[in-house]
Write a protein of this length. Structure first.
Length: 279
């Protein structure tokens, strides 16, 4: 029987690459996007595309109902991939901005997970793969909302893994580091929407560091991050998470992620603070 998979955040980057790669491996992939305007393009590419916005509970319920109707009630796996970042120091992040960050990066994946667990319980198996980050292992400055959401994703997935033991459902974390995607461009849009940096007491810090990092680095500026890999590196780990007979709790992707895991286990907090502050 053809295995079925729902992936979020498929308009570009990790989700887009994963949707095509898993389809090529014989999975029936439902590729969801937040912006309905992306649907025609994905359908032209041969994907079964649907709308799912993590910030909209009704769209989550509608998407899950669509998938189950198309598969006669079967769903083998979900890849919670969609996310974004609001850059800036936490002292400049409003409550509304923090809420928006968690709505997409944690509460939406939680809602989708709740929606599919009953299906997976009835069929006796399933995999819930959550895309975390190197910043879910070690916090970096100027990325506070994203750090917090990914630390929460780690905690949520660890809890699910314990609570669902013996059910046949496997919650799994994938932990990328720097990946070549549209993530930075989306972060710029979020920064411009949510952060009034010119009114900040740290305006000079923005000029000295963050603005350059946001606008003058990254693939589009010809300055990729160190150790940066393409989205296919994440897809390779996703395939293992979905197809390994006994999946691991975590699949790490890039060199910084492996390094962060070692730092977290072996180094004192103050030393880690100095290392990330000076990175």
């Amino acid at each position: 029987m053809t295995r079925t998979l729902l992936i979020t955040g498929c308009s570009s980057g990790i989700g887009h690459d994963a949707a095509h790669a898993l389809s090529a491996r014989g999975w029936r992939v439902f590729a969801s996007v937040r912006d309905p305007g992306d649907l025609p393009r994905l359908r032209d590419e041969g994907l079964e595309a649907l709308h799912l916005d993590y910030a909209d509970q009704a769209s989550i319920e509608t998407a899950v109902a669509h998938v189950l109707s198309a598969t006669q009630g079967r769903l083998d796996a979900v890849f919670n991939n969609g996310a974004f970042a609001i850059p800036g120091p936490l002292e400049d992040i409003t409550r509304a901005a923090m809420r928006a960050q968690f709505e997409v990066n944690l509460l939406g994946p939680h809602a989708l997970t709740r929606a599919v667990i009953p299906v997976m319980r009835r069929q006796g198996h399933g995999r819930i793969v959550n895309c975390s980050s190197v910043l879910g292992l070690v916090a970096a400055p100027w990325r506070g909302p994203y750090n917090a959401s990914k630390f929460a994703m780690e905690g949520m997935t660890d809890t699910l893994r314990v609570e669902l033991a013996g059910s046949g459902i496997h919650p799994i974390l994938i932990e990328p580091g720097p990946i070549r995607t549209e993530f930075r461009r989306n972060a710029i849009a979020a920064f411009e929407k949510w952060v009034d940096w010119e009114a900040s007491e740290r305006a000079q810090d923005y000029r000295d560091w963050l603005l350059d990092k946001l606008y003058k680095r990254g693939p589009s500026a010809g300055r990729p991050a160190r150790f940066e890999l393409g989205p296919e590196a994440v897809t390779a780990r996703l395939i293992r998470a979905l197809e390994d007979p006994r999946p691991r709790a975590r699949y790490m992707v890039t060199t910084p992620t492996y390094g962060a895991a070692v730092m977290r286990r072996l180094l004192p907090a103050r030393l880690i603070d100095r290392m990330v502050r000076n990175a």
